[in-house]
Design a protein around this ligand. Structure first.
Ligand SMILES: Cc1cc2nc3c(=O)[nH]c(=O)nc-3n(C[C@H](O)[C@H](O)[C@H](O)COP(=O)(O)OP(=O)(O)OC[C@H]3O[C@@H](n4cnc5c(N)ncnc54)[C@H](O)[C@@H]3O)c2cc1C
Length: 134
């Protein structure tokens, strides 16, 4: 099959991408998706303007609508509706919210929960014990 052949698009779980460059399955998509979300929170302002907060909520809503693993997206949207609307008033709040969102999926998948007190060390400042140095 040629690389521009539409027939090379495959379904893996509920994720469709091209085989030409190595397709993304639910796990690869998930790691990339979380990296994007946590990186956005790590770069979020400490004092976001009202417009910035509104746009961030819109982004999260659209992320939940367009995330191309539909089962994941449905559960993510249901979790948000269940008293977990995005908290975007400042970086710390938003980062913790994303950490809690990620933990909800960790629990669902039987994985260990992450300590949300350490979200900034993981995604922003580096570990306090210096384990990433050198
Ligand atoms: C919105 C969303 C919904 C998803 N829903 C599903 C689903 O319904 N079913 C499914 O099979 N997969 C789902 N996934 C994918 C799933 O969460 C994982 O990304 C995937 O299983 C790969 O897991 P992993 O163990 O490699 O690491 P990931 O869970 O992808 O984590 C990547 C890294 O993030 C760090 N981390 C872990 N937990 C946290 C946390 N709470 N806060 C901050 N950092 C953390 C760790 O250092 C970890 O190595 C979803 C992904 C997203 C983005």
């Amino acid at each position: 099959m040629a690389c521009d052949d539409e027939a090379e698009t495959v379904q893996c779980g509920s994720v469709y991408t091209s085989l030409c460059y190595g397709y993304a399955d639910v796990e690869q998509l998930g790691r990339s998706g979380w990296t994007l979300l946590h990186a956005i929170t790590a770069n979020y302002p400490e004092r976001p303007s009202p417009t910035h907060q509104t746009e961030t909520k819109q982004f999260i809503s659209l992320f939940g609508k367009l995330y191309p693993c539909w089962v994941c997206a449905d559960d993510f949207k249901a979790w948000m509706k269940d008293g977990n609307e995005p908290r975007v008033s400042n970086r710390e709040e938003f980062g913790r919210w994303a950490c809690e969102a990620h933990n909800a999926v960790n629990v669902k998948l039987g994985k260990e929960s992450f300590d949300c007190n350490k979200w900034q060390e993981r995604w922003r400042t580096g570990w306090k014990d210096g384990s990433c140095d050198g």
